[in-house]
Design a protein around this ligand. Sequence first.
Ligand code: FES
Length: 270
Amino acid sequence: MPEFFHVADVADVSDPGKILVEVDGEMIALFHVGGSFYAIDDVCTHDGGPLVDGELQDYTIACPRHGAKFDIRTGAALSMPAIRPTLAHDVKVENGSVSVRIREPGSGPSGNPAPASVPAVGAVHAVSSQKEDTTTRSHDGTSANTTSANTTVGAPAETQSLTTQTLSEDLVRELLKQVKDPELFVNIVDLGLIYDVSFSPAPDQSKQLVSIDMTMTSPACPAGPQLIADTKRVVNTHEKVADVEVRIVMEPPWTPDRMTDDARDQLGIF
Ligand code: FES
C-alpha cells in the first residue's frame, strides 16, 4: 500500500488556490477549495496539458491548452476534448500538514478513513460510457463503407444517391458525415474537423480531384490514420471523384467551439 507524503502546509495554499507538488516522482495538482484539499494528476487526458496552470472555478479546473474541464474532486472529465478522467489521489490533512497518497490507475477508493476535510475520491468516466452504449453501432458491411475495428463509418440509406448527385463542397461534407470519431461516436463534420474542401480537374475531364484540409482534436490523435483512410474511402465513392487528397493541418488548432450544436447534443455538452 503506497504511503502518504507530506506535500504542503495548509497555510501554503490559499483558499481557493492550487499549487504543483511532486509526490513519489509524480507531478500532482493540489487544490484547496471550500476548506478541503484535493489532488489529481497534473496531466490533461486530452493531450497532456498542465492542469495546474488552468483556470480554477469552484471545483472545476480548465486545461489551459484546449479548454477541457475536470472535476478536481474526482478527476472526472467534464467537457471536450477530454473524454477520460485524470487520476485523483487520496489527501490527508492533519495538524496543518497536507499529505497525498498516490493512487494506482484503476484502483478504487482506498477504504481508509478520511479526515472530514478530505472528500471521498473516485474516478468517474464522464463521457466514455457512451462508447459502451454505442459499440454496436457499426457499418452495414457494404464494401463501399467497410472500416477497421477502430473507426466507425456509418452507411445511411441515402449514401447511394449522394454518390450520384452533383459534386460540391456541401455534398462532400454530407458524405463525410459517415465518418465518425471512434471514441466520441460523432461524425467528423459536426466535430468541426473539416476545414476546407476544394476541387481541381482530373486527367479524365469528366472527374474531379478533391483536396480536403482536415484537423485532429490533438496532434497525437491515435485515430488519425484511420480517419484519413475513411475520409478518402467515403469521398471516393462518388462517381465523379477521381482521387482524394487529405492534408492534416493543425493551424488554427481545433477547439470545442468548432463543434456544431448537434455534436454538443450528442456529447451532452450544453
Ligand atoms: S491538452 Fe488539455 S484540452 Fe487539449
